[in-house]
Design a binder for this molecule. Structure first.
Ligand code: PBG
Length: 320
């Protein structure tokens, strides 16, 4: 049958039918809120490049985690803002079992045990040069970095992180972390691999937020993060991480890389997450009016691409 017997507009005639037949719905359980954690008490500081996002002291991060749990947001991702005096070339503070992030995990676990905690495995919040790893001879050294990342993962697992999420793009890090977790009886600690993480210019507001941008200066991360031109290589990265023991893989950023999300979902069975990064958030906020309509559309489209869950700084506000 064709027109006029087929009239596709019939199924769009009113809100109830549009809702009933929607192929994709954005639910609270699709969302993960990244939270920037800082030292202090009852302290929230503005991040000028990220409207409506603040760095929070641990007590306020606990409140935010509670709000997420109440709204049905299943998990949060913690990012530490490390004081300059604790940064050095070797990121030694990353291995301190009493560091900011470990204390945040502990406080949130005690107060809000039903919210999942994801922690980043990477050294950039802790290094004076702003790179994700250990720099030797002018570049991030892969194997030396994997060694310290593995220790970092153990420190965070011990502190109570549910999911460790290597965001560093070193080769072999997922396998090394998985082996260490198994060897230390953390058999239920999940690994969310930032598998297809591109060397994107969309991360700059995040680098302002954690204070790694100034340290990185004009340097870039192109010897470890992926070339935005590539998709076949992303499939290789994802395959490797799955073989090494990742429980979930991630594509990052999300919006300019939805072809990568869709293809990953088609080629692999492992759950695929997407990260709507700081620059995407800031861009959308710059043109969105008060009701978050553009933000909602962006997140819905990322879900339609096949992402099983989405990290978004708008996770809370988009639900109102
Ligand atoms: C650190 C890390 C970054 C982001 C998440 N983890 C920055 C980077 O790789 O430089 C970016 C997140 C965002 O922009 O929202 N490895």
């Amino acid at each position: 049958m064709s027109y006029p017997y087929t009239r596709l507009r019939r199924n769009r005639k009113s809100p109830w039918v549009r809702d009933m037949l929607a192929e994709t719905k954005l639910l609270p359980s699709d969302l993960i809120l990244p939270i920037f954690v800082q030292e202090g008490q009852n302290k929230a500081t503005v991040i000028s490049s990220m409207p409506n996002v603040q760095r929070l002291s641990i007590d306020l991060a606990v409140k935010k985690a509670k709000q997420c749990a109440d709204l049905g947001i299943p998990a949060i991702a913690l990012f530490p803002v490390i004081e300059g005096s604790l940064k050095n070339d070797n990121a030694i503070e990353a291995l301190n079992k009493n560091n900011l992030i470990c204390r945040a995990i502990d406080a949130i676990k005690q107060a809000v045990p039903n919210v999942g905690i994801i922690t980043d495995i990477a050294l950039d919040p802790y290094t004076t040069h702003g790179h994700d790893g250990i720099v030797m001879n002018g570049d991030v050294d892969n194997d030396a970095t994997v060694e310290i990342l593995t220790s970092q993962a153990l420190v965070l697992a011990r502190a109570g992180a549910d999911i460790v999420a290597p965001s560093d793009m070193m080769d072999g890090r997922v396998g090394a972390i998985r082996e260490a977790l198994e060897g230390n009886n953390f058999i239920n600690t999940q690994i969310l691999a930032y598998s297809a993480k591109y060397a994107s210019s969309l991360y700059s507001p995040f680098r302002d937020a954690v204070g790694s941008g100034q340290n990185l200066g004009s340097a870039n991360k192109s010897t470890y993060q992926m070339n935005p031109a590539n998709i076949t290589e992303a499939m290789q990265e994802i395959e490797q991480d799955i073989l090494e023991g990742a429980d979930m893989v991630m594509v990052k950023p999300a919006m300019f890389y939805q072809d990568v999300i869709a293809r990953t979902v088609e080629e692999f069975e492992t759950p695929v997450l997407a990260y709507q990064v700081s620059g995407e958030y800031a861009m959308i906020k710059a043109i969105d009016n008060d009701n978050n309509a553009i933000m909602h559309e962006a997140l819905l489209s990322i879900k339609r691409s096949g992402a099983r869950a989405i990290l978004s700084y708008a996770a809370v506000e988009v639900l109102f």
